[in-house]
Design a protein around this ligand. Structure first.
Ligand code: NAD
Ligand code: TYD
Length: 351
């Protein structure tokens, strides 16, 4: 095998798209997907690649030091693409320590093992840390997040991701660990766990349930199709400059309420309902604590230096996403049972 890669969190939303892309595009790379299969990890996301000869799944926890040490010993990785994380802001407000454990300690355990196993020859190795634009905090009506924007995280989730980013750069500067970071805006697309805004709204509209909109729905997010993020990760992994950060985003800002109205319109068309039917499900609920007003990424560096650009317009991507959810009812039924139900009751019923 030409390369031996560890991809963490490969059973999650973005990770499964990254695994699929790498397994199919690079048959001469051995891809080891390490995932703890938390509520957010689902091997059904990868049924199409599970039998490929260059793909291996390992179940385990990134915070488990001896397990990670053994894994590096067993596979002799020369690259890591690290996506495993607790990723939902609302869950981080309920249980911040779980985020500190996985996102901060877990990243540190991986970095430490990369350092240990690569210490004799750092050349040709790469630790790629996948992070979020939320580390930059919240924007007002003007401006964009640049790679040079100071970190200003405001939720337990973004604070834990910011901390993990700092550890990555600390290992780069202190131990010369070859590392790169990307900070991406909100993703949408297939296989997205239906507690995040877009899949939750699709699921609820389909089932004629209220679509919860926090506050006045005026918060703004910058949405990128998940396959475009996976392409960006491929580009940065192969061509990014060691020690650098790249912002990834689609120059695609939407107020939550406008996005939900667009989604309602698409759903009415797809479900053959009279226009305006789904919008009646919109329900304003109590705002998220510390709700960041606006995220907006300036992805010029990635475009100018590495030639990446998003491939899809939002309306087209959203329609593809809706089609996928409507065609994959079994997937949705499987992930909406169990822990998700408990979370959903706690998050919404008490409002
Ligand atoms: P996700 O929650 O869908 O998936 C996370 C995966 O990590 C799951 O498969 C889960 O089982 C696994 N995992 C969690 N804790 C683990 C542990 N201790 N050990 C091993 N595996 C563990 O998340 P996602 O949306 O796919 O995000 C992936 C990465 O991308 C995260 O690092 C996130 O911060 C980052 N990111 C996400 C977005 C977004 O819009 N979703 C945007 C920018 C960056
Ligand atoms: P989310 O998908 O949780 O992503 P993030 O908070 O990481 O940006 O939420 C996207 C936006 O939608 C955010 O402003 C919060 C809002 N939101 C709702 O209005 N209702 C909901 O039920 C959820 C889950 C989110």
């Amino acid at each position: 095998m030409k390369r031996k890669l560890l991809i963490t969190g490969g059973a999650g939303f973005i990770g499964s798209h990254v695994v699929r892309l790498f397994v199919n595009k690079y048959p001469d790379y051995q891809i080891v997907n390490l995932d703890a299969l938390t509520y957010a990890g689902n091997l059904e996301n990868l049924t199409d690649v599970k039998d490929q000869p260059n793909y291996i799944f390992e179940k385990g926890d990134i915070t488990d030091e001896s397990f990670i040490d053994d894994l590096f010993e067993k596979y002799q990785f020369d690259g890591v693409i690290h996506l495993a994380a607790e990723s939902h802001v609302d869950r981080s407000i309920m249980d911040p320590l779980a985020f500190i454990k996985t996102n901060v300690l877990g990243t540190a355990v991986l970095l430490n093992n990369a350092r240990k196993h690569w210490k004799d020859k750092m050349d040709g190795k790469l630790f790629y840390h996948v992070s979020t634009d939320e580390v930059y905090g919240s924007l007002g009506e003007e401006g964009f997040f640049l790679e040079t924007t100071p970190y200003d995280p405001r939720s337990p989730y973004s604070a834990s991701k910011a901390s993990s980013d700092h550890f990555v750069m600390a290992y780069y500067h202190t131990y010369h660990l070859p590392a790169v970071i990307s900070n991406c805006s909100n993703n949408y697309g297939s296989h997205h766990f239906p507690e995040k805004l877009i899949p939750l709204a699709i699921h609820n509209i389909k089932n004629n349930k209220p679509v919860p909109v926090y506050g006045k729905g005026e918060n703004i997010r910058d949405w990128l199709f998940v396959n475009d993020h996976a392409r960006a990760i491929d580009t940065i992994f192969h061509h990014g400059k060691i020690g650098e950060t790249y912002n990834v985003g689609g120059f695609n800002e939407w107020k939550n309420i406008d996005l939900i109205h667009l989604l309602c319109k698409i759903m009415d068309q797809k479900l053959g309902r009279p226009e305006g039917t789904s919008a009646q499900l919109i329900t304003y609920v109590k705002d998220r604590a510390g709700h960041d007003l606006r995220y907006a990424i300036d992805a010029t560096k990635l475009n100018k230096e590495l030639g990446w650009e998003p491939s899809l317009q939002f309306e087209e991507g959203l329609e593809k996403t809706v089609d996928w959810y409507l065609e994959n009812e079994t997937w949705l039924n499987h992930v909406t049972s169990g822990d998700y139900q408990n979370y959903y009751n706690e998050q919404y019923q008490k409002r």
